[in-house]
Design a protein around this ligand. Sequence first.
Ligand SMILES: [Fe+2]
Length: 267
Amino acid sequence: MSNEIAVVSTWDQFRRQWDSRQNFIVRGELFPFQLEPPSAAEVIETMLLDEKTRVLQKKGDGNVSIGEPDDGPPNPNMNPAYEPFPQFREMPIAEKLKQRASLAHFDFGEFTPLAPTFNGMIETIDRWYESLTKHGFSWDSSQRILFLSGPGCNTGYHFDSSYVLAWQLVGVKRWYWLKEPERWCDKEERRQKADRYDLMTRPEGITPDDCHSFEMQPGDVFWNVMLTPHWVDAIGDATYSVNITHFHLRCDGRLSDIDIERDSMQR
Ligand SMILES: [Fe+2]
């Protein structure tokens, strides 16, 4: 099977491919925005100004299997390989940058009045929304999520319930996803596990040949199809990206088949 990763660089192409089952790299006129991003250190300290920032630490010695459940009570919103990390806030920044810490804020647009650090990112996201609207898309709700990962962090195998535009800003993250998502994650699997991050485990038997992977460098942008399994490793030093989610995304008023399926599961 081909290792070729799809690249979408025009709005015409995007309108044809946004609802396919294959993820793709976004380039060109779709996302022409340039930004000199704030450093990882500045982003960490700014995120910690808000108590809604979730701070977790990877458990164990770093050998936790990707997506494997660990001990502790299940939390449907959390990868079980992580635990709360309250000590993080008290560390000097040089120490914070070395930790296997995962920081997330699920709508960092809320920061803008207090934190000029994020203004450029927020403005860029607003321009993305304007472009989407101009090209026939609408959606019911969205989130602007900031994910910062220390060295050695990974997300584990999972799938999300919305379309995601991932924008890499500082450092490197390697994304992995499946060439044949339906083979490994069929409708019944999606029905049982959607939104249950504590239940999502990587199926036995997936080999590197069954996966695509792409190393996201600063400025790279990626389209992740909803309910499609993927996992992301932080490579090297502390790294962060913005994930823009789109719930009930429509093109010319039409939902994707997978979104219609998701709605039927909830009834
Ligand atoms: Fe994800």
